[in-house]
Design a protein around this ligand. Structure first.
Ligand SMILES: Cc1cc2nc3c(=O)[nH]c(=O)nc-3n(C[C@H](O)[C@H](O)[C@H](O)COP(=O)(O)O)c2cc1C
Length: 189
């Protein structure tokens, strides 16, 4: 079959985001493994906080319609999420909440049947360990089944060199396992 299409979404829009850096490494590893990869920046998909009255008045924002189309056009999602007080940060929750909504007459679920893979980078010692099961549960509710395992990057402030290369062999190994899971799933279809 043709190369699986993987959409990589960092859950932080911050310029120097550690999760953007981790997502860039995942993009490189997935491309090397033969996937067709799109790495996006949520700065390109600004959206107001979901509000039912706004939705009733003006519908889905164009940016969220575009994000929905991106998700629909890919086979799998790799999410590099920060951990905020143990949870998925509002930027990701808000974007995915919007995308989960019907768009006028189009009531289809863009997430349905996609495969997921979860990564998290944190300056702390736990590497976002608490957000990973919560991200997995959130994705499951949306219709995305995540592959086993995760890639977690503790001490992320010190984990990239000046070229953005990841110095943690352990986390690189975790990323490669996620990529291998995704690739083997699609090779069996
Ligand atoms: C509101 C807030 C809550 C946070 N809570 C946690 C937390 O529970 N665990 C953690 O490891 N880091 C926590 N942090 C620190 C983030 O991991 C850190 O800001 C990280 O750099 C965010 O990801 P980014 O670099 O991709 O933007 C928190 C940061 C903010 C702003």
């Amino acid at each position: 079959m043709s190369a699986p299409k993987i959409l990589i979404i960092p859950g932080s829009a911050r310029k120097d985001s550690l999760n953007k850096k981790l997502a860039a490494v995942a993009a490189e590893r997935a491309r090397d493994a033969g996937a067709e990869v799109t790495l996006i920046d949520l700065n390109d998909y600004p959206a107001p906080i979901y509000h039912g009255d706004d939705e009733a008045e003006t519908g889905m924002p164009d940016t969220m319609r575009q994000l929905k189309a991106q998700i629909r056009a890919h086979d799998a999602l790799m999410i590099a999420t920060p951990e905020y007080n143990g949870h998925v940060p509002p930027l990701l929750v808000n974007a995915f909440d919007w995308v989960s909504r019907a768009d006028g007459d189009d009531k289809s679920n863009a997430f349905a049947g996609k495969l997921g893979a979860i990564l998290s980078a944190s300056p702390g010692r736990l590497g976002g360990a608490r957000v990973i099961p919560r991200m997995r549960a959130f994705l499951a509710d949306l219709g995305v089944m995540s592959v086993p395992g995760f890639a977690s990057l503790p001490g992320a402030m010190q984990a990239f060199d000046e070229n953005g290369a990841l110095t943690s062999e352990h986390t690189i190994g975790q990323i490669d396992k996620l990529v291998a899971h995704l690739m083997s799933w699609f090779s069996q279809r």
